[in-house]
Design a binder for this molecule. Structure first.
Ligand code: SF4
Ligand code: SF4
Length: 671
């Protein structure tokens, strides 16, 4: 038997034309990639890529195995893996055949047979995946998928390339009739259509050139269409675990970009899969906002403004009208987001929309003309009173009047436990019961603690979330100074928002300081402290509470900080209580609509309030009480209970209030 092998460019004349076309395609491809990289290089903070073990792990799980794509949608995951592995396999096959031709001829004998079989499988996988993708989009009409012209052209083009590849092989096998042709099983079946080898030979060059031109065209098009995510998504996934360095307010000046290079890579990685839209509470409430469209608009805006050709007349003539037609980049859109992180939780390529929104807000706030009236009034109050409730300093500690709580700014204790009450908990009459309940619990458990009394400042959460970075930094400085002066190293917060700001925002800003100027402190949320007290036996529930409750995960406690178990553990430790979960719980919990500065904004054209959607879901569980662990959620859900006419059937309580009730201590709130 003749040793199996393949002759490259068999029966093809003027191969140089192919090389010219290939060089052209590669040049267009490289230029397209440079256009994107030149945008990335304009990022406000350029962060090195560096080595990251976690990045490689994520790349393997999310990139190669499609962990996030599978999550909640097995069909999408399988389809994507067929396309991805098929594509990668064929790409590797092209590299190998080029190496065989140019470097060393190794594709012969059994190696060539194995190579042929593998390529058949990869081509088949890609073809099946692409057909499946088209069926999902156009026959099943999966709601989150769009049906734009590009969404049709790209998969159809890829499919034509794959099928024309099989055709080239089939025609060649028919013309050559090699003994080993049967191993290329798909090409072999196609070859059976030609009984006369001369007929196959006569059409072979046409089929070959068509396939070559379609393939090279596709290579050239990659940076200019949604296929670019094949390059940007692995980068985005790899860099996911690296937090952006903060941008101190004074460093953001003039026309400098507010987005980091890393965020710009995220924009290019977006596959427009629509998962973020499905989970976005703003979109779910019928508001005119879509995270996908917002990201796409920012991406296009950046590309047009920083494109290497932007100085050319014809480019401006083409790009100017495009710049003008971008409703999703309307500065008003940035105020819809609650920064709940639901989109980031499901995004297969880790597009961090909440952070992008915060950065975009900082530019809008700096400009000053597009800040909603209520929000700009809130910011004024924050400046003037150091809280959003327009309360004078002396009212800050009023909630604790009858509780005899130490004021740590006066006691001068060494390493005390500082209960950081937070603006809303200290000043809103409904939320104050959370503080009183927590203080009673600590006293009941014999835990020594104190507060900062009337000197407690705002932690800076609101300012940070709405992009008022200068104010945030002032508030952070005043908190850190107070902690430093009063030897505070252990902090417990009422609000997940203060908890998040202390835990995640302060360290990134402090990382920019010299070591001797840093103020170190540990922060916990009160649910963690109570959980610990229950575990160590300092709190024991003797009274039975025969009630059915459900628990609402606050976004900044759950998704942002992964505290899911402690509150549930505390609830379950109360005898007689039945905890039922809402359909959206833990990482896919629904936002109440109070975060990201939304608490201090007027209605943004929603069809239904986010809090009402959530309270109705709570009511559907049949629970008598919905428990939460955040003063903002408490206020939003209390309000929604009234507007949804659920006052007679459902109560809203903070976890502290439930614990106080279970311990038989006095509580005024939660009815
Ligand atoms: S941002 Fe992420 S989830 Fe949203 S469309 Fe893009 S890839 Fe999908
Ligand atoms: S963070 Fe929440 S509200 Fe903001 S875009 Fe994402 S899902 Fe929507």
């Amino acid at each position: 038997m003749v040793t199996p092998y393949r002759v490259s460019y068999w029966s093809i004349e003027s191969v140089w034309i192919f090389y010219v076309l290939a060089a052209l395609a590669v040049a267009v491809f490289v230029f397209g990639v440079i256009s994107h990289v030149s945008v990335w290089s304009r990022g406000a903070r350029r962060q090195g890529i560096g080595f990251s073990g976690q990045g490689i792990f994520n790349l393997f799980l999310d990139g190669l195995l499609g962990r996030r794509i599978f999550s909640g949608d097995v069909a999408a995951g399988t389809m994507h893996l067929l396309i991805l592995w098929g594509f990668l396999g064929l790409f590797a096959g092209t590299v190998l055949i080029s190496a065989d031709y140019w470097v060393y001829h190794f594709l012969k004998g059994p190696v060539y047979i194995g190579y042929s079989i593998c390529l058949e499988f990869f081509g088949l996988m890609l073809a099946i995946g692409l057909v499946w993708a088209l069926i999902r989009r156009y026959l099943q009409r999966v709601t989150r998928l769009e049906r734009r012209i590009e969404d049709l052209i790209v998969p159809v083009w890829l499919l034509v390339v794959v099928l024309s590849g099989f055709l080239v092989e089939g025609v060649r096998l028919s013309a050559q009739r090699p003994e080993w042709g049967g191993w290329s099983f798909i090409g072999h079946v196609i070859s059976l259509f030609w009984s006369d080898p001369r007929g196959a030979l006569s059409i072979y060059p046409y089929v070959w050139w068509s396939h070559a031109i379609l393939s090279l065209g596709l290579v050239a098009a990659i940076p200019f269409c949604k296929l670019f995510h094949v390059l940007a998504a692995p980068l985005s996934i790899y860099m996911e675990d690296r937090p952006d360095l903060p941008m101190p307010a004074e460093t953001v000046t003039g026309d400098e970009e507010v987005f980091s290079s890393r965020q710009m890579i995220f924009f290019d990685a977006c596959t427009r899969c629509g998962r973020c839209v499905e989970v976005c509470p703003s979109a779910g409430a019928g508001e005119p906002f879509s995270p996908r469209e917002f990201i796409a608009a920012v991406r296009e805006d950046l590309l047009l403004r920083h494109h290497p050709l932007k100085g050319l007349d014809w480019f401006s003539r083409w790009s100017d009208p495009r710049k003008a037609e971008k409703p999703d980049l309307d500065p008003q859109k940035v105020w819809h987001c609650t920064t709940c992180r639901a989109c980031l939780e499901v995004c297969p390529v880790y597009v961090a929309t909440p952070k992008v929104i915060e950065r975009a807000r900082s530019r809008v706030v700096e400009d000053g003309t597009q800040v909603p009236l209520l929000l700009s009034q809130t910011l004024e109050k924050l400046y003037k009173y150091n809280n959003p409730w327009e309360a004078s300093k002396k009212n800050r500690a009023k909630w604790s009047q009858d509780l005899e709580i130490s004021d740590l700014t006066k006691t001068g204790e060494e390493d005390p436990l500082c209960y950081f009450v937070g603006c809303t908990t200290a000043l809103d009459t409904r939320a104050q019961d959370l503080a009183r309940s927590f203080a009673r619990i600590l006293k009941h458990a014999g835990v020594p603690f104190g507060t900062l009394g009337k000197n407690e400042p705002c932690c800076g959460d609101i300012a940070r979330r709405v992009g008022e970075d200068g104010l945030f930094e002032e508030q952070m400085e005043s908190c850190l100074a107070l902690f430093g002066r009063n030897n505070i190293r252990r902090v417990v917060t009422s609000s997940p928002h203060c908890f998040h700001t202390f835990r995640n925002e302060y360290p990134t800003f402090q990382a920019l300081r010299p070591p001797d100027e840093k103020v170190h402190f540990d922060v916990r949320h009160y649910t963690q402290v109570i959980g610990e007290l229950v575990s160590e036996g300092s709190i024991r529930f003797e009274k039975r509470l025969n009630i059915k409750v459900t628990y609402h995960d606050p976004c900044y406690l759950g998704r942002h900080n992964r505290v899911y178990d402690e509150p549930r553990k505390v609830i379950r430790s109360i005898p007689g209580i039945e905890l039922v979960e809402m359909s959206h719980n833990r990482a896919n919990s629904l936002c109440c609509g109070g975060g990201g500065g939304r608490m201090w904004q007027q209605d943004l054209d929603s069809k239904i309030k986010m809090s009402e959607i959530r309270i109705r879901e709570a009511a559907e569980t049949g629970a008598e009480i919905v428990i939460t662990a955040c003063p903002l959620c408490l206020i939003m859900l209390e309000d929604a209970r009234k507007t949804a006419s659920l006052e007679d059937t459902l109560r809203v309580m903070d976890l502290n209030e439930l614990v106080v009730m279970a311990l038989g201590l006095r509580s005024e709130g939660g009815e």
